[in-house]
Design a protein around this ligand. Structure first.
Ligand SMILES: [Fe+2]
Ligand SMILES: [Fe+2]
Length: 279
């Protein structure tokens, strides 16, 4: 069982670049190709927010056309760059989002339960979990305490050390989220986006993972007053493999790399006798 996590697509209307330099539409297309190249293919894809860059209907039209190429189910939570109602309209046909209110949902992918939480605060960059959303999480956890569960939301509930991103993390509901996760050991991962880098820590007794962006990456700058900048570093995504007991997560590159090359040493390979061939 494989669950792919892509994040922070920041799709623009057709023909436009994000921030004038980031080819997010093209990179998201590359990400879709990378998912389709995987063998075995993921059983489902989850998206941890910022699908659109400005929450425009034209952006969601591009996203829908892109995701339609994926044969497996796709489940997404909104980020601060999304807008709730255009997002709901765009994915209504998939049937997993509520018709009104917060975009919280619970679905199953084989034996794995996926709970999506809406941390979007309209017009703001930071995230919050409303009392209603926390109650939703509590109820969904209570109804399947034995099912291995992934919880996903856009805004991470912890400080990463990248100051300008930390100021827009999950600023309300983090303590309650931590308590709820600690009370539910069936939650095997807390999956986030927003920071556009691969970052992990323990939170509420489970592993919290921020996925890199499939577009641009936030600059790795851990100074307290780091400016808000991004880099055109290689885009990537996460692949969560469930073996029936637990998850192991792999980072995967969006773009093709040369290879694969077999680990074979020719007879005249300098130092062959000393090399460890079990690479
Ligand atoms: Fe983002
Ligand atoms: Fe974000």
């Amino acid at each position: 069982m494989l669950i792919a996590q892509i994040s922070d697509l920041h799709i623009r209307p057709h023909g436009l670049l994000a921030y004038g330099v980031s080819e997010t539409n093209l990179l998201a297309e590359h990400a879709v190709h990378a998912l389709l190249r995987l063998d075995p293919r993921p059983d489902c894809v989850v998206i941890t927010g910022d699908l659109a860059d400005c929450g425009l209907d034209e952006e969601y039209t591009v996203i829908r056309a892109l995701l339609a190429r994926l044969p497996m189910p796709v489940y997404a939570v909104p980020g601060n760059h999304d807008r709730r109602e255009p997002f709901r309209r765009a994915f209504a046909v998939d049937g997993y989002l509520p018709r009104i209110g917060f975009l919280n949902f619970a679905v199953s992918c084989g034996p794995v339960r996926i709970i999506g939480l809406d941390s979007l605060v309209a017009g703001e960059s930071h995230g919050e979990l409303a009392a209603e959303t926390l109650a939703f999480l509590e109820a969904r956890c209570a109804e399947a305490p034995e099912a291995p569960t992934l919880v996903m939301l856009h805004h991470p509930p912890f400080e990463t050390g990248i100051g300008h991103m930390d100021r827009t993390r999950l600023l309300a509901g983090a303590e309650q989220l931590e308590r709820e996760l600690a009370a539910n050991p069936q939650v095997k991962r807390l999956l986030c986006g927003h920071v556009h880098r691969s970052i992990q820590t323990m939170f509420g007794g489970t592993l919290c993972q921020i996925a890199p962006s499939v577009g641009h990456q936030v600059t790795l700058d851990l100074r307290a007053e780091a400016p808000s900048c991004f880099m055109l570093e290689p885009p990537a995504f996460l692949l969560h493999r469930f073996d029936g007991t637990g998850f192991v997560t792999h980072a995967a590159m969006v773009d093709r790399a040369p290879g694969p090359f077999p680990f074979i040493l020719p007879d005249d390979y300098p130092g062959r006798g000393a090399a460890n061939r079990d690479q």
